[in-house]
Write a protein that binds this ligand. Structure first.
Ligand code: NAD
Length: 361
């Protein structure tokens, strides 16, 4: 493995490499580039859990038929201010973009819109969808569940009942300032961070997981069972669960994601009758002007400045607001390349060789 990069790979090189893998796996050029763009976007934001580490799973999902290439959203019902959409188990990087663009168009025309998306394959980093709408001048709020991927124990319980159910809120950006973007799993960490830790990456917080004995743990084997180097990470093999963030309050938010995204959008919850995996997403788009809040962006930034002026706690260099860590990571990684663990790179190269793709220098 001495010839393998262990540090940083230029973002453009990695994006082209990943796009070529998905072209060979059966996607058309536009879809392959979109998948690569969004996986790299997660890496650039610092969310490696939702970046190129997902390539082996996504390729396997094409092979198994779990994810279908070349799909488009189907409109189940709609009005001037809402749409119910079916993603037909197409790639989230295609389906998510189509769903958000429908919401943007409706909210621009009517001042607000609600889009209920069901049956998308993995939507990846939800922050990408918040950024897409906020970049078009809208406030965006997303509640997401992942039916078929039950991983998280409810507050006070030890057995899995929820998916990692992300929530995202994005505010239109001010030029020269990081976008105010809250984008988080409702588990202590996203499952992908357990995946990263299981491959020797950043260790988990001590309370990220809970064993069947009810004790908190940071050991990825709780979720995946005994860990074999370069072996598959199958969450069904674990005996424990992720924990919901924020004790009873976070557990409540996660429960509501199952109801809003799973039940209301129609793709199903993480309940006992769950079938095929699908990401479901309830999205709310608001045009600030429609609410008389033409000064929203300036007022939001003034308030952010006030929040950041809070004197830092012991051991903290600076008070940050949501979106700042991602903006800083992006600036660093665009300039200096994306850091990849050796295992992640080895897995990408193995898949690429299987397709006869040359490994980038
Ligand atoms: P995380 O724990 O890093 O939290 C991220 C949020 O916290 C961001 O809004 C970030 O700006 C903010 N933040 C981080 N450090 C901060 C600080 N010091 N001060 C203030 N704010 C700070 O991330 P996570 O919860 O593990 O989620 C990771 C990613 O996983 C997200 O992009 C999410 O959308 C994605 N996800 C996707 C799915 C899915 O089904 N598609 C499921 C779960 C999570």
């Amino acid at each position: 493995m001495a010839d393998l990069p262990t540090h940083r790979v230029a973002a453009d090189t990695l994006r082209r490499f990943v796009a070529e893998i998905f072209r060979r796996a059966g996607c058309d050029a536009a879809e392959a580039e979109s998948i690569a763009f969004h996986l790299l976007s997660a890496n650039l934001a610092g969310h490696d859990s939702h970046g190129v580490i997902r390539v082996p799973r996504y390729v396997e999902d094409i092979r198994s038929g779990r994810t279908l290439v070349g799909q488009s959203v189907t409109v189940v019902s709609q009005s001037a201010t809402h749409a119910v959409l079916d993603g037909n188990h197409g790639f989230g990087q295609t389906i998510g973009a189509q769903a958000v663009d429908i919401g943007i168009a409706k909210a621009r025309a009517a001042g607000l819109a609600i889009v209920a998306l069901r049956h998308s394959a993995h939507l990846g980093r939800i922050g990408d969808w918040g950024e897409r709408a906020a970049g078009a001048g809208l406030v965006a709020i997303h509640f997401v569940n992942a039916a078929g991927a039950v991983l998280v124990a409810p507050f006070g319980g030890t057995a899995r009942r929820f998916s990692t159910n992300p929530v995202c809120i994005a505010i239109p950006p001010m030029a020269g300032r990081p976008m105010l973007l809250l984008d988080m799993a409702t588990s202590v960490v996203a499952e992908g961070k357990v995946l990263v830790a299981s491959n020797g990456g950043k260790p988990l917080p001590e309370d990220a997981l809970i064993g069947p004995d009810g004790r908190p743990s940071s050991d990825p084997a709780i979720l995946y069972g005994p860990l074999v180097a370069n072996g598959p990470r199958i969450s069904a093999n674990g005996t424990g669960a992720l924990r919901a963030f924020g004790e009873h309050k976070g557990s409540g938010v996660s429960l509501m994601c199952e109801i809003l995204a799973g039940v209301l959008c129609g793709g199903g919850t993480s309940g006992p009758n769950r079938g095929r995996f699908s990401n479901n997403m309830l999205s709310i788009y608001l045009d600030p002007a429609h609410f008389g809040a033409d000064d929203l962006v300036q007022a939001a930034m003034d308030y952010v400045d006030y929040v950041k002026s809070s004197p830092p706690a012991a051991g903290v260099a600076e008070v940050l607001v949501p979106g700042e860590p991602e903006a800083r990571n992006r600036a660093d990684r665009e300039a200096h390349g994306v850091p990849l663990q050796v295992d992640v790179w080895v897995n990408l190269c193995t898949i690429a060789k299987g397709f006869g793709i040359a490994i980038p220098a």
